[in-house]
Design a protein around this ligand. Structure first.
Ligand SMILES: Cc1ncc(COP(=O)(O)O)c(C=O)c1O
Length: 390
């Protein structure tokens, strides 16, 4: 495919960051819910915002069909809104598949995007009618084909995760040399290797990653065609960011980069994305409470009733949330930990929070609708957080 000069045009950094408004769940709604009492940590989600974000995503990239990444927030009420908005879905497991089938989503709209799947899960998905499966190795190709010879397959390739707050490279993604071997094996097995995907890393603040990913995908398309395959799916993955503390490019700016990058891709190639965080994060506030404070070795600690195991886990890779409190004291550095006995249960070190924080205070984590309750466990016997959907 010919690369046009405009495709290489880069968006200037000063034009892309935080020049736009973002909408978050109205904090008054959190207050209203709390007025009826507090029993345990909860996530409050405004489904109207999920609706609006889905529409905004589609408007920014009209040719790109969003397939929501269920892992970000699998609450059935959230999924129903996405179904009403015409989104498709991306799954990592059979429980996610069952959840969607139970809500009436046709199996053909569900893409199995976990690059390594157990044989039992593959057999189940095939029996339920899932058509599209990802892979990033010859081994997985052989496994899928042995279960479902007519599966439609898409190849996950490696792409830069530069500027992503939650990188997803390393564990998955074929390099170009691997891709050639996979293509050759697909030809030999008469497998329908029909697409390419990549993931730029979650909370990706660098739109250029999508351009590079798309260019690499086009190179792989060319190799596939040369080998006699018929590429007809480009899946540009997830990674679309929401506003926390660091500046982000708007979805419209990312859309400009993506739209330009896909402009030359023939009409018969379906283009999809797998947004998770973008569609649900700023629809939610995560609310929990300080169960105690302590000062040791001159260091202030506060302990919340939800920590790394209770939903506040993404801070471990350096993601920074906006944390709101009802205190007004001057900000001082705090170490913030969860309620369990595990020493990894520390969410933040030297986080600036009001000096007068005390036992019993509420803590409101803004734009926390994604990857919070979805990660929570019962470790140490602490209850799972509630999810309240408006
Ligand atoms: C395969 C795949 N697709 C999509 C997503 C969603 O990414 P995000 O929430 O950053 O949009 C993920 C996240 O881990 C993923 O692994």
């Amino acid at each position: 495919m010919q690369m046009r000069a405009s495709l290489r045009k880069k968006v200037q950094p000063e034009a892309i960051f935080d020049t736009h408004p973002e909408v978050s769940l109205d904090f008054d709604k959190v207050r209203q819910i709390l007025a009826s009492g507090y029993h345990k940590p909860f996530l409050l989600v405004d489904s109207q915002l999920v609706r609006e974000k889905t529409r905004r995503f589609k408007a920014a990239m009209p040719r790109v069909c969003p397939h929501y990444a269920v892992k970000a927030n699998p609450d059935p009420r959230v999924l129903k809104v996405l179904i009403e908005e015409g989104a498709g879905f991306e799954i990592a497991s059979i429980p996610e598949l069952d959840l969607l089938l139970g809500l009436g989503v046709p199996a053909a709209e569900i893409y199995y995007s976990n690059p390594v799947k157990s044989r039992a899960y593959l057999e189940y998905a095939a029996a339920k009618g899932v058509e599209w499966y990802v892979l990033d190795s010859v081994e997985e190709l052989r496994k899928i084909v042995s279960v479902k010879p007519d599966a439609r397959l898409y190849l996950r390739i490696e792409t830069p995760n530069i500027g992503s707050d939650w990188p997803l490279s390393g564990k998955f993604g074929a390099q170009l040399a691997d891709a050639r071997q996979i293509i050759a094996a697909a030809v030999e097995l008469k497998a329908d290797l029909a697409g390419v995907t990549f993931h730029v890393g979650s909370q990706c603040r660098n739109p250029e990653n999508w351009r590079v990913g798309t260019e690499r995908a086009q190179k792989v398309f060319a190799d596939m065609k040369k080998a006699g395959l018929r590429p007809r799916l480009l899946n540009i993955g997830g990674g679309f960011p929401v506003r926390h503390v660091k500046p982000i490019p708007s979805i419209e700016v990312i859309g400009e980069v993506v739209n330009r990058a896909i402009a030359d891709i023939p009409e018969d190639v379906r283009i999809m994305a797998e947004p998770g965080r973008y569609l649900v994060s700023d629809a939610g506030y995560f609310v929990c409470r300080v169960i105690g404070t302590s000062t040791r070795g001159g260091k202030r600690w506060m302990y919340w009733d939800a920590g790394v195991f209770g939903g506040v886990i993404e801070t471990m890779e350096g993601l920074k949330y906006k944390v709101k409190t009802d205190r007004t004291g001057p900000d001082v550095p705090w170490n913030v930990a969860g309620p369990t006995c595990d020493s990894v249960d520390v969410m933040m070190k030297d986080e600036l929070l009001p000096s007068d924080m005390q036992e019993g205070d509420f803590v409101y984590v803004k734009n926390a609708g994604a990857y919070t309750t979805a990660y929570a466990s019962n470790f140490n016997g602490f209850p799972l957080p509630d999810v309240i959907v408006l």
